[in-house]
Design a protein around this ligand. Structure first.
Ligand code: ZN
Length: 194
């Protein structure tokens, strides 16, 4: 049996042409075992609320929190919505909203403006927070995604970093999205822009 027959198709509407149909094995979930400052093995200690990994010499508890990310809703005058085909794992080859993880030192609004420029070449000058959703993530524990609507934007669309394709879709021709958290935010968007 050919290798690709083992890969479940998430939906018939997804265009996987050109996508790498490899079985992706995500890395182990993040865990605190050793202190990243001094390198000692961590011990479990109660912080007043829960038992958590702790380094006594560094006087520091280590926490696992959702990782913040952003995604963007860019629409044209005809109501079509911008989606990108992912060029990296996880879900390489599947379509998603453009966006990515926040860097230290930037605001959520700055994050989505940067991600849109990197992934699609578009310059967004005004964004509005649409909503926030969180979901478990096998790699990060959980992610917190802030969805922004691009209210003013310019530029010529291109496929930028981490993206193999970028295009606008009418509502009825949209492919299924790779991530549940994006689907939830898209439902909020569709309610507001129905
Ligand atoms: Zn330490």
């Amino acid at each position: 049996m050919p290798e690709r027959a083992k890969i479940p198709r998430r939906n018939a509407g997804n265009n996987l042409e050109g996508a790498q149909l490899m079985t992706y094995v995500p890395p182990e979930p993040l865990a605190w075992n050793f202190c990243p400052i001094c390198g000692r093995q961590l011990e479990i200690r109660h912080d007043g609320e829960s038992d958590r990994p702790h380094c006594a010499p560094c006087r520091r508890f280590y926490y696992r929190n959702p990782v913040p990310a952003t995604c963007g809703f860019v629409r044209r005058g005809d109501g079509s919505l911008l989606l990108v085909q992912r060029g990296v794992e996880p879900c390489k080859g599947y379509w998603s909203l453009p966006g990515g993880f926040m860097e230290l030192g930037e605001t959520p609004g700055e994050c989505i403006v940067r991600e849109l420029r990197e992934e699609t070449g578009l310059d967004v000058s005004r964004v509005r927070l649409l909503g926030a959703q969180t979901k478990p993530s096998p790699i990060n524990g959980a992610i917190l995604v802030l969805g922004f609507v691009a209210e003013e934007w310019t530029g010529d669309l291109r496929s930028g970093s981490d993206v193999m394709n970028a295009r606008f879709f009418a509502r009825e021709e949209r492919p299924d999205l790779a991530f549940t958290v994006h689907k939830d935010l898209l439902a909020i968007y569709d309610q507001e822009y129905a």
